[in-house]
Design a binder for this molecule. Structure first.
Ligand code: SAM
Length: 264
């Protein structure tokens, strides 16, 4: 009996897409010395190639209907491990416990929580290669312009994101409404940004700067308790015009801005 796709689990499976699967393996630089985590293996289209090309593949899948299919295909392969359950509840430190690359066509309804979860485990995750909705990849990877958001900066703070290639919606079953994209996030081992400004302070300022999209940074940052004159003067001292909007600032400008505003 054919598998019935579940919308609630974001199940759009790659199909007849060998050229895409090969491209994923290629751009992810998967090698036989790599251990891989695959989130949401589905029926195992990508799993097959990951098993062929790497040292080990740990799959995390929530849908128990897929367990039988996956076990039947790969359980005899010693490189294969299947962890059933919600990826967001998985204890990566305990269950994975070694340096891995993440390579996956993830469930799109939890894209941000998955990215945050992976970043939280950055001590064991070096590189992330994921398929997401095209617009989301464009937003996360935007180096400048109105597509930038808190999510862009939260990724940028920890690593370097890159838009790799687009996958047309027709390559999935069932066909979704929009195209997808494959992207990477390389997490920094020695994080220059964390050394300059701690995570909590960074997000306090970034979230305030983006609080109201239509407002400029002068207005948005004043919610942190600064007067407008104070902001004008301090921003002016580092060459940032208070009438700019949050999305137009680079991460380095945020670093300067936070340093000058945090200075007593
Ligand atoms: N990798 C397969 C492919 O490319 O054909 C399937 C990708 S499909 C977009 C997303 C997969 O994630 C599905 O297999 C779905 O059941 C699984 N999934 C959904 N929510 C999940 C969760 N919270 N934890 C783990 N897996 C989940």
């Amino acid at each position: 009996m054919a598998f019935k796709h579940k919308k609630k689990y974001g199940q759009n499976f790659l199909t007849n897409a060998n050229h895409i699967l090969n491209k994923i393996i290629d751009v992810s630089g998967v090698e036989d010395t790599d251990s891989i985590v695959e989130i949401g293996p589905g029926e195992g289209a990508l799993t097959e190639l990951l098993l062929e090309n790497s040292k080990k593949v740990i799959c995390m899948e929530i849908d128990t209907d897929l367990e039988r299919i996956l076990r039947k295909k790969y359980d005899t392969n010693p490189k294969f491990t299947l962890l059933m359950g919600d990826v967001l509840q998985q204890d990566f430190q305990k269950e994975v416990g070694e340096k891995v690359k993440v390579v996956a066509n993830i469930p799109y309804y939890i894209t941000s929580p998955i990215i945050h979860k992976l970043i939280e485990n950055k001590n064991i995750i070096s590189e992330i290669y994921i398929m997401v909705q095209k617009e989301v990849a464009e937003r996360i990877c935007a180096k400048k312009g109105k597509e930038r958001s808190v999510l862009t900066l939260s990724v940028e703070y920890f690593g370097d994101a890159e838009y790799l290639f687009t996958i047309p919606k027709e390559d999935f079953v069932p066909v979704p409404k929009i195209d997808s994209a494959f992207m990477s996030i390389k997490l920094r081992e020695n994080n220059k940004y964390e050394e300059l400004v701690d995570e909590k302070t960074f997000f306090k300022y970034v979230k305030a700067a983006f609080a109201t999209k239509r407002k400029n940074i002068l207005n948005n940052l004043s919610r942190l308790g600064f007067t407008k004159d104070e902001l004008r003067e301090k921003l002016g001292s580092i060459g940032i015009d208070g009438s700019r909007r949050a999305e137009s600032l680079s991460i380095d400008e945020y670093m300067d801005l936070i340093k000058v505003l945090e200075a007593k």
